[in-house]
Ligand binder design. Structure first.
Ligand code: FES
Ligand SMILES: [Fe+2]
Length: 331
């Protein structure tokens, strides 16, 4: 399966940019092979989005600019207001009638968790509610990375849901091949959502000791893994030793069949001061760089037929993920 073969995926929300990165300078983004322009009509205005193609002669509006609250096409200078209506055609002069079809094709857009999200279809659900990332949660939200990966979005999310790769892919950071075993766990399914909980003894590197405030060489760690929507992951790393909850959010925006915009942010209940954020984020970034390097060489094709791959008990979650995508494929 390639993402283009599941039309229902167009009806979900995906992050495309940091909210702070969307300004009155238009930005090009791409979701499920659809080119979208995102911009603000004014510095403090809401993010706006439309298909990145001018209705006149198909120029990329993301190469244009904003003037007096209007998006200006770089080809013949047509002006589009914040509702997408053309309000000026310079070649016609100020008094000429504007064809009613001179209209941008709007794209659903919203801002949440410091991100601009778009939906290139008809939304089948709201932007996922991520409790710990909400402003009034009592947790500190820290953005860690947004990066283009040469891997398909199902492969990226499959990797996030897969626990048995950690001792191997992350042997130089947070994993150790000395403890490769995965205890039995049960996957709960609720509609398209999946979750399971696993407890294990984690090796604590020197950097992890600093980041967690736990001084022992190993620590009990409870991990709650959740598929929130087809390409949104929430993972809670809970340390009973001191009550720390390090909540990881990973989103995999399907750019096209072979490319994914990966975004990761965390929420912490120990409210680390800003001067500690970089050290905390750098460990997570190193871990993600290891996943990116591995996934860059895994085929984009993602089998949904359970019989076409080999599975073991540790793969229960990723087997269930294939069933979720298979169900979406029939919508
Ligand atoms: S192509 Fe946009 S104004 Fe002509
Ligand atoms: Fe990983």
């Amino acid at each position: 399966m390639l993402v283009s073969e599941i039309p229902a995926l167009r009806d979900f929300w995906y992050p495309v940019a940091y909210a702070a990165g969307v300004t009155t300078t238009p930005v090009a983004c791409r979701v499920l092979s659809t080119d979208v322009v995102v911009w603000r009509a004014s510095d403090n205005g809401p993010a706006l989005a439309a298909l990145d193609q001018c209705p006149h002669r198909a120029a990329r509006l993301s190469q244009g600019w904003v003037d007096a609250g209007c998006l200006v096409c770089p080809y013949h200078g047509w002006n589009f207001d914040d509702a997408g209506a053309c309000v000026a055609i310079p070649a016609q002069g100020p008094d000429a009638a504007i064809p009613p079809t001179a209209q941008l094709t709007g794209v659903e857009v919203a801002e949440r968790y410091g991100l601009v999200w778009v939906c290139v279809g008809d939304p089948c659900e709201q932007i996922p509610v991520l409790d710990e990332a909400e402003p009034d949660s009592g947790y500190t939200l820290i953005h860690e990375l947004m990066d283009m990966w040469p891997a398909s979005a199902p492969r990226v999310m499959d990797n996030a849901l897969d626990v048995s790769h950690i001792p191997w892919v992350h042997r130089n950071t947070v994993g150790t091949p000395d403890h490769p075993g995965v205890s039995p766990f049960t996957v709960e399914r609720d509609g398209l959502r999946l979750r399971f909980t696993l407890s294990y003894t984690a090796a604590m590197s020197e950097q992890q000791k600093v980041n967690t405030g736990i001084t022992t060489d190993t620590a009990e760690r409870i991990t709650h893994v959740e598929l929130v929507s087809p390409f949104v992951y929430r993972g809670v790393l809970e340390y009973p030793a001191n009550g720390l909850r390090h909540v990881l959010f990973k989103t995999a925006t399907p750019v096209d069949d072979h490319t994914t915009l990966f975004c990761q942010f965390i929420a912490r209940n120990d409210n680390p001061p800003p001067d500690r954020w970089e050290a905390i984020a750098s460990v997570d970034r190193s871990v993600q760089a290891e996943d990116k390097a591995l996934l860059s060489n895994v085929p984009s094709q993602f089998p949904l037929d359970i019989t076409s791959e080999v599975h073991v008990a540790a793969d229960r979650m990723t087997v269930e993920y294939r069933r979720v995508l298979a169900e979406l494929a029939t919508r």
